[in-house]
Write a protein that binds this ligand. Sequence first.
Ligand code: NAD
Length: 446
Amino acid sequence: MSNPAISIIGTGFVGLCTGVGFASKGYQVTTSTHDPEKAALINSGVPPFYEPGLEKLLQKTVRDGRLKCVVDQEEAVLSTDLTFVAVGTPSLPHGGIDLKYVERAAHEIGEALGRKDSYHLVIMKSTVVPETTEKVLKPTLERESQKQCGIRFGLCMNPEFLREGSALHDTFYPDRVIIGEVDKESGETLERFYRDFYAEKMPPAIRTNLATAELIKYANNSFLATKISFINEIANICNKIPEADVKTVAEGIGLDRRINKRFLNAGLGYGGSCLPKDVDALVSHSKKCLRYEPQLLSAVVGVNSNQIDRAIQLARKTVGDLKGKRIAILGLAFKPETDDMREAVSIRIIKKLLSEGSEVVAYDPVAVSNARSLFKEAIQYADSAIECLKGADCCILTTEWEEFKKLKPKDFVQNMNNPALVDGRRIYNHEEFRKEMGFAAIGLGD
Ligand code: NAD
């Protein structure tokens, strides 16, 4: 199969960024969605979400006729050789994952495979708990297509590691490619494709079985979450020792190459579309399906959720009772360079403040429209950081956008009613803030 045509089921962050990445290297890519408005948007070169660099590359690939979006999944499968499944796997209330999109996609792909004569490879990219590809995707594909997996079509599990905010970079330069395979031909077909796509930049590839590939993704995100909760635990210990500074502790341990400095920023903890969902899913799957109590990961979740309460306590320490106080929230997105607010820490903080009777005003460089659909009129929205600070009694910084790093102590003092700051991402020099301006500026972990 040389220069295979590619279809991608699901055009969210993963599906669209991956599709645009493949199309930009000359592959013919058909993405698919059930939403005609979204398809029209993509076909006119407009991404349905914010991701740096995506709009430009999407426009180019659409203009060059390399990428299109269809609402007909059958057309997508029948006109291509490889189908990547990149549908959402959102959390269920008890922490497990909802497989309804995976099941529907499997059904649709299976039906199309039943009408296809030539070999086709299906690649699971969505994050799913171990054995889902084997026990959910594979039997559905076989049932709907009336074909045997491994003979008439192939199946791989190829977890995705891209980060929102640098999704295109990560698509072109991943640290590794993980290929879980039902049989050798499936794995070889996918590895050949990636060797062609990455050429001399081919990252290390690991070929394994489906369940191991699925678990690698969960282990990866659980480890990152563990690093974050670990440094937050150390920050909370530092908090009890007047002379101890968590930033320097993180620097000190981060220089140890076995540890490295990334994901050691103490603060409000992790949020976003992946870490909370994936750690919760692994904990829930271990307890419910594997009858194993994952003590370490349960503690990671606990430490993370406590950080929100700590931020609220700090705000209370600086301004007293929060009822009726005007609180400025700087940052709504779960991290900089994205407008994604799924499981963003800002949501939990705003909900707590509202329940305490505070008046909330928020600003984010790109996520305000997502916040509006979530909070509607319950909070106020500012057009700039300075406007957000105006008249506020306390500011809680929740996202470490570059533009917030440029704010000076005088910006807080001159604009706020009562200059008090809870630096939830520890982006400011607190000593300098406190010395120069003499107001309550405090970082989580100080
Ligand atoms: P998303 O919710 O942004 O996008 C999924 C899209 O699939 C939605 O637009 C949905 O409408 C569409 N969809 C659902 N069923 C469909 C079907 N049958 N046919 C066509 N479209 C369908 O999700 P995402 O953030 O892109 O994540 C996708 C998967 O990748 C998840 O399992 C996630 O855990 C994983 N993942 C996400 C990231 C990330 O940074 N967002 C990184 C790595 C892995």
